[in-house]
Design a protein around this ligand. Structure first.
Ligand code: SAH
Length: 583
């Protein structure tokens, strides 16, 4: 089945279809037929999603008789002939909203999204926690609970603490008493609802919090294992949909009865070495098992170890139970919080990568410098806690972000350019332990943004050097400048010059000038991809003769190597003199 079926009727549409095909190699099939209606019908029945360069009305008329269910129908996006709008027509929450965004990214049109929760910016409930593995127990009450969330009615949130979930708006609260709630959002691995039957609509999500540990004698049947685990879960009141894996010892990796029981229930099988299981402290060890398998516990130890590995800790919720030839135990994990370290790029919104936007939307806490937080306020979901602080509070921000993640939140720590380049990622990861999940989203760093404005100065080996001697002694900086000079690297200077640090850049350029010609190109860009952008192309000798005066802390400076040249007003560093021959 092809991924994206594209239908075009006019020459303009066909040209745009080709652009999509070129942008997404291997994903696009341009579907053709004698009549456009037939092409659309064919794409709708065969492809995973559809982009139609057709009027919305025409697409609706053709597709209406084919519509079945939004979960199984492919999402459809319509784009107008003059490429102004990409309309998410069908299956908004099932891929069309994202596809409209992607199409817009390639063709430069505006995505048109009309699903209620997305247009209000509120976290959509149909995918709540989906990337953590949450499973919706019964979609029945979803529409009513979603409407309560969107219309600002008081909604009670149960059991979500500790899971790094996206923010929900202020009318959704964990502190709301049951009696005052118009609806309930419940995160629980308990099969039964301890509150009993409720008057308000409840939507229940099953988090992947449980691990079933199993041990057995050789030749155990799938029926015996199945009956034992089902019984253990049922008696403990636990939901099978919350089981993330079945765990056992390596020796049982080929025990067909165990494998089949897991397969029938859709559970992944995880195995551990006996020595690793022997190191797990369990309530019910057995010397008999130790002498046979090399660990005093299989079921309890495997469940605990797998759960602890997937979370930041684990507790046993069902101690070992036995049947004739099998043992079972169930562990529940303590979820890990999540820290996303996000580079926003140099400034312009279209130089922020889509993943950064997606991470901001899935955060419940955003930490950053005031000016960067202001830059993305429109991207964060209603209900997101925003912790902004001023310049020079890096360490405090890093600590705060890690602490929030440790508490189970989904934290976005944001910075300009790339967050790992002279920025927040390293102090944050210095504090972060294995007890939180960390993801990094790359951003376009200042030197790369500037390089694209100047030409191609980074075409060969280059070095970035920060001239800030706030945290690094000048001797160390000078040693690196000297090494870059001797190595003939193109050099990108960050933090080049401020009112208080006004001599360092000149000194660094003097060192470089000892090793490369006076006419070596030097480009400096102030506020790259931001308001007030200024691009200056100069030479080493001009910079030494007073050009440095134009440089400040909003500027990045790129100094060419001895091979760099100015070609047609552009700064070019050749790939290397042998490159042309090699092809
Ligand atoms: N993490 C950032 C760098 C932070 S250090 C990044 O990856 O870009 C701060 C220095 O970066 C500034 O003093 C300046 O030298 C440079 N810088 C950051 N953004 C810039 C921009 N938009 N234009 C020019 N220089 C910039």
């Amino acid at each position: 089945m092809s991924e994206i079926g594209v239908i075009a009727v006019t020459a303009a549409g066909r040209a745009a279809a080709e652009r999509l095909a070129a942008a997404w190699p291997g994903e696009v099939e341009v579907v053709t037929a004698q009549r456009p209606a037939d092409a659309l019908r064919s794409a709708f029945t065969r492809c995973r999603s559809v982009v139609a360069f057709l009027a919305v009305g025409a697409a609706v008329r053709v597709l209406a008789p084919l519509l079945a269910d939004k979960r199984s129908d492919p999402p459809v996006v319509c784009v107008d002939e003059s490429l102004r709008f990409a309309v998410a027509l069908l299956g908004g929450h099932h891929g069309a909203n994202e596809l409209a965004q992607r199409v817009s990214g390639v063709l430069g049109c505006a995505p048109v999204v009309t699903t209620a929760s997305d247009s209000a910016g509120v976290t959509p409930l149909d995918a709540y926690g989906a990337d953590l593995g949450f499973v919706l127990d019964d979609p029945g009450p979803l529409a009513r609970v979603g409407a309560a969330v969107l219309s600002g009615e008081p909604v009670r949130l149960e059991g979500a603490t500790g899971w790094p979930l996206p923010a929900l708006p202020g009318n959704v609260s964990a502190d709301l008493p049951e009696g005052e709630a118009a609806a309930v959002i419940r995160v629980s691995d308990r099969a039964d609802d301890p509150a009993g039957p409720r008057k308000t609509p409840v939507v229940t999500y099953r988090p992947p919090s449980l691990v079933v540990g199993v041990g057995s004698a050789r030749g155990v049947t799938a029926e015996e294992v199945g009956a034992l685990v089902d019984g253990a879960l049922a008696q403990a009141g636990l939901a099978p949909a919350s089981v993330r894996a079945l765990a056992t010892v390596d020796l049982k990796a080929d025990e067909e009865g165990i494998l089949a029981a897991a397969r029938e229930r859709g559970w992944e099988v995880v195995t551990h070495a006996a020595a690793d299981l022997a190191a797990v402290e369990v309530p019910n060890p057995s010397e008999v098992v130790r002498s046979e398998v090399g660990t005093p516990s299989v079921a309890e130890a495997a469940a605990l170890r797998t759960a602890a590995g997937a979370g930041r800790g684990a507790e046993l919720v069902v101690p070992k139970r036995k049947s004739a030839a099998a043992t079972v135990a169930v562990a529940r994990l303590v979820p890990r919080g999540r820290l996303a370290v996000i580079g926003l790029g140099p400034g312009a919104r279209d130089l922020t990568v889509p993943r950064a936007v997606a991470e901001l939307e899935r955060a419940s806490v955003v930490v950053g410098l005031d000016q960067y937080v202001d830059q993305v306020r429109d991207l964060v979901r209603p209900g997101t806690r925003v912790l902004a602080s001023g310049l020079g509070r890096e360490e405090e921000r890093a600590r705060r972000a890690v602490e929030e993640a440790r508490g189970g939140a989904a934290v976005a720590l944001i910075g300009s350019g790339d967050a790992g380049v002279y920025a927040m990622a390293s102090p944050a990861l210095d504090f972060a332990g294995a007890d939180i999940e960390v993801v990094g989203v790359p951003g376009v760093t200042a030197a790369v943004a500037a390089s694209n404005l100047l030409g191609a100065p980074l075409g060969h080996d280059h070095a970035y050097i920060s001239l800030s001697d706030l945290h690094t002694p000048w001797e160390a900086i000078e040693r690196r400048v000297r090494a870059a000079a001797e190595g003939d690297f193109t050099v990108g200077f960050y933090n080049p010059r401020s009112r208080k640090r006004d001599w360092q850049l000149l000194r660094a350029l003097e060192i470089l000038a000892e090793h490369r010609p006076a006419e070596t190109p030097v480009g400096h860009v102030r506020n790259a991809a931001r308001e007030g952008e200024r691009v200056t192309l100069s030479t080493l000798s001009d910079m030494l003769a007073g050009g440095v005066e134009e440089v400040d802390m909003f500027t990045v400076v790129l100094v060419g190597s001895s091979a760099s040249r100015i070609v047609a007003g552009r700064f070019v560093t050749p790939r290397g003199y042998r490159w042309k021959d090699v092809g």
